[in-house]
Write a protein of this length. Structure first.
Length: 369
């Protein structure tokens, strides 16, 4: 089959997991073209070559300090969206010089979805975000997060409506409330699947989109603990705190051998830590409900703690509970990516076998959920 695969440029987690799925699709003999932007485009073009990966203009979040600014993001989107749409569809026409896709797969990426709807192509959604809209949450949402929840739910519902099927990658099982939806285990990259977990002495700390300049002195308040910190892209030693320049191999080795992980609420690293049975201290970026939900579920599942801020007292409380989190994580089992791959292959077989319906009403392509 010919598959158009959309990957958003905001955050490398989408690119990391899409890289795994695209690799599987190519191994199955499908012809795949990928559209993406920013750093995700760079990563995917390096992996699959510029002949398979097309650069488009993507959506970006605007920050106010540590928090996502909803107002700035809305203004940025309204200012840039019309020109971005014009440029992107011009590039799609270039892409389709000899490529006529049978199906579109989207990892929460809008332009490939719009292309599919304009050309009446089936859409398969693969991401973790749809859980906000298509499942019943089992954690209590505090009043201060309810506004963020409503905004996130509205965005998710509007992002890929009326897709043929939704595969939601998640480490926490929830009851579904909408049809055409399947929960699958998180997508794990091959390097993590191949890693051999061990019980080291250090705690891995990962911070992104951060301006927390006091992190090193804060960690130095616990001289009996060893911390390896990623996110500042520096190679420096500060006693019990080692700042690490980014290296994928080095990061994976430190993750696999860590005794615990301190991170924000990003889904990809939390999923990898869960897969490797590493206790997690999650401090979500403010005003990102998806990160808040991931952090809340870490605590709900007994895999670690959820805090609003990194403080010495919070870290001490987290580290004191490591035996309990390790016991809970010991019960988590996942067989690589086989569940998703099997279900996706079945979905694509069904699409191939179904004759296209030329008489389907236009409302079926655009309306509903």
């Amino acid at each position: 089959m010919k598959i158009l695969y959309g990957v958003p440029g905001e955050g490398l987690g989408h690119a990391t997991r899409s890289k795994v799925v695209v690799g599987h699709l190519l191994a199955q003999g499908h012809e795949v073209r990928v559209v993406s932007s920013s750093r995700a485009y760079t990563m995917l073009a390096a992996a699959f070559g510029p002949q398979r990966v097309l650069e488009i203009r993507g959506f970006h979040l605007a920050y106010d300090g540590l928090a996502v600014s909803k107002l700035r993001t809305a203004v940025l989107t309204l200012r840039t969206a019309p020109e971005d749409l014009r440029v992107n569809f011009a590039r799609y026409r270039d892409l389709l010089g000899g490529f006529d896709p049978d199906v579109v797969i989207s990892d929460f990426e809008s332009f490939s979805y719009l292309f599919a709807k304009l050309h009446r192509l089936p859409v398969v959604s693969i991401d973790n975000m749809q859980i906000i809209s298509r499942a019943r949450l089992d954690v209590a949402i505090p009043d201060e997060e309810r506004g963020n929840y409503q905004v996130a739910k509205g965005i998710v519902r509007a992002k890929l409506p009326r897709s043929r099927h939704y595969f939601i990658s998640t480490f926490f099982p929830l009851p579904l409330k909408k049809k055409r939806t399947t929960l699958v285990p998180p997508i794990i990259r091959p390097e993590i699947l191949a890693a051999a977990p061990s019980a080291g002495r250090h705690v891995l700390v990962y911070q992104s989109a951060t301006t927390q300049q006091n992190l090193v002195p804060l960690l130095q308040q616990m001289p009996d603990q060893e911390f390896r910190v990623y996110g500042f892209n520096k190679q420096e030693n500060h006693g019990n705190v080692q700042l690490c320049a980014f290296s994928e191999a080095g990061f994976i080795a430190d993750l696999a051998s860590a005794r615990a992980v301190v991170t924000n609420g990003g889904f990809s690293l939390i999923s990898e830590a869960v897969y490797l049975h590493k206790p997690i201290c999650a401090i979500p970026i403010p005003a990102q409900f998806e990160q808040w939900l991931n952090a809340a579920e870490v605590q709900q599942m007994g895999f670690g703690r959820h805090f609003e801020a990194i403080t010495a007292d919070n870290l001490r409380a987290f580290l004191a509970g490591l035996p309990n989190y390790e016991a809970a994580l010991a019960g988590y089992q996942q067989t690589g990516n086989e569940v998703l791959f099997g279900l996706l292959d079945e979905q694509l077989r069904e699409i191939r076998e179904e004759a296209p319906s030329e008489s389907a009403p236009q409302s079926d392509a655009w309306g509903g959920e």
